[in-house]
Design a binder for this molecule. Structure first.
Ligand code: HEM
Length: 445
């Protein structure tokens, strides 16, 4: 079949570039081949066609599960060793739809807003641990905040030995999974060799086992002592029944909990870390944000903070310039699809590229400049600005992540004075299947 042009370099070289330098790889391809090109990204995927034109993205994002496109979960198996085979990300069709319906409500509306004070308190608690005059790694602190928030939402836990063990083990495992060596384990299954607890895969398997044990003990305890008054996500999932009246099995519960913990923690921490970098790199942006916060009367009300226009613009620009999820999940054509001049045969794997869509000169003039005002000056369509994806696989944590970002940033800015420790530019790098800033430190003044 004839696919749009793309690099002719060997498949393994393209994969290595995608793993180690994804941003320059995507930029290089779009400079050479325009806004559609074909690349090889992984051993278990056929060649993949990237699109970043808003018209093409509109078709891809609005035709899921139609006669044009499918969004099969078995193309999203990169994180399966971590999330398990029943994870929402790996499900397709009706099972996927039903599981989304179960998992979405806690991350929206009243239920989401009830976490406002908790997010505030956790931010304060973690930031108070910083000692004035001593530098600290920003990502670690933001991860601590987002992990505590999501653990609390998912399990309703925030103290006790089991909670502390889970927090420690998850933080260690997710941090390790983001270094380039461990990322290779995800992309190259043949490297997954258990050569003892010190080998990367051996270590991963043992930590995962410990985490699973803690989760299964928690599930067993909840089954023995059900408490209908609890409103955490685990309680909700345990009481859910499918059309045949069947409850989720322990393995299904474990995989969904793990999915929410992983997807909900790393991504949000990255977004907040980037935002703190931009805000402190450009003093005028910080001043403008402080002015907006100081104009509010009395203690910061989460609902009011959520709607602040300049804070919103800063968060949007943060997620535009280096989107944490660089692409949408892959889709597959079900019939012959005409897409902005390309005729794609049935079975073609297509990826909407968030990063390239966010860097189109015609939509975002000077796309490499961090300029929050662009979000005050005009409105962008969901096919021009799409940090949370779209269609049947749109991020279920979108509202929750934006809420958390705004509360953590406003809490830090209004309670603490921070500064970057040096003026070296921070670069975007791969972190597992997502991207984030290269490590940097700040200091509490
Ligand atoms: C700034 C933070 C976040 C960003 C940038 C982000 C981004 C994304 C993106 C781009 C997708 C793929 C969408 C698509 O292919 O159309 C996605 C999917 C997903 N996200 Fe997020 N996300 C964030 C936070 C969260 C949070 C807080 C949660 C949960 C609590 C979450 C849970 C999920 C899940 C479960 C999926 C898979 C959905 C499916 O397969 O149906 N994410 N996210």
């Amino acid at each position: 079949m004839s696919l749009p042009a793309g690099p002719k370099s060997p498949k393994i070289w393209q994969m290595l570039q995608w793993i180690t330098t994804p941003f320059s790889f995507m930029r290089g391809c779009s400079d050479r081949f325009g806004d559609r090109f074909t690349v090889s990204l992984s051993q278990n995927l056929p060649p993949v066609v990237f699109f970043s034109n808003p018209q093409a993205l509109q078709v891809i994002m609005t035709s899921d599960d139609s006669e044009l496109f499918d969004s099969p979960g078995d193309l999203n198996t990169l994180l399966e060793p971590l999330l398990g085979t029943q994870s929402l990300m790996g499900l397709s069709g009706d099972r996927h739809r039903r599981m989304r319906q179960l998992l979405m409500p806690p991350f929206h509306g009243e239920r989401m807003r009830s976490y406002g004070q908790l997010i505030r308190d956790i931010t304060e608690e973690v930031m108070r641990e910083r000692v004035a005059g001593k530098t600290f790694p920003v990502r670690k602190s933001m991860q601590k905040i987002s992990l505590r928030v999501i653990l609390r939402a998912v399990f309703g836990l925030n103290e006790g030995t089991r909670y502390q063990q889970l927090e420690r083990l998850l933080a260690t495992m997710l941090d390790r999974m983001s270094n380039p060596l461990s990322v290779s384990l995800l992309f190259f299954p043949m490297l997954r060799q258990d050569l003892g607890p010190l080998s990367p895969w051996g270590n991963f398997v043992r930590t995962r086992r410990q985490i699973d044990q803690l989760i299964y003990v928690e599930i067993a305890e909840r089954r023995t002592h059900p408490d209908a008054s609890r409103n955490d996500i685990l309680t909700l999932l345990m009481s859910a029944r499918d059309e045949a009246g069947e409850a989720l099995t322990d393995a299904e519960l474990r995989d969904e909990l793990m999915t929410l913990l992983v997807a909900g923690h790393e991504t949000t921490a990255t977004a907040i870390t980037w935002a703190l970098y931009w805000i402190h790199k450009f003093p005028t942006i910080r001043q403008q944000l402080l002015k907006e916060l100081q104009a509010l009367d009395g203690p910061l009300d989460p609902g009011v903070v959520f709607r602040l226009p300049y804070l919103n613009a800063v968060c949007c620009e943060t997620l535009r310039i280096y989107p944490v999820g660089m692409t949408l999940f892959a889709r597959v054509t079900k019939s012959t699809v005409e897409l902005t001049g390309s005729s794609l045969e049935p079975g073609t794997v297509v990826i909407g590229c968030i990063y390239l869509a966010h860097h189109r000169e015609d939509v975002y003039p000077d796309p490499d400049e961090f300029r929050p005002e662009r979000f005050l000056e005009r409105h962008y369509s969901p096919f021009e600005y799409l940090p949370f994806g779209g269609g049947v696989r749109r991020c279920i944590g979108m509202a929750f992540a934006q809420f958390e970002m705004k509360l953590v940033i406003s809490g830090i800015l209004s309670g603490f004075e921070l500064a970057l420790t040096d003026s070296r530019p921070v670069r975007p790098v791969r972190r597992g299947i997502t991207s984030g800033p290269s490590p940097f430190r700040m200091v509490a003044c």
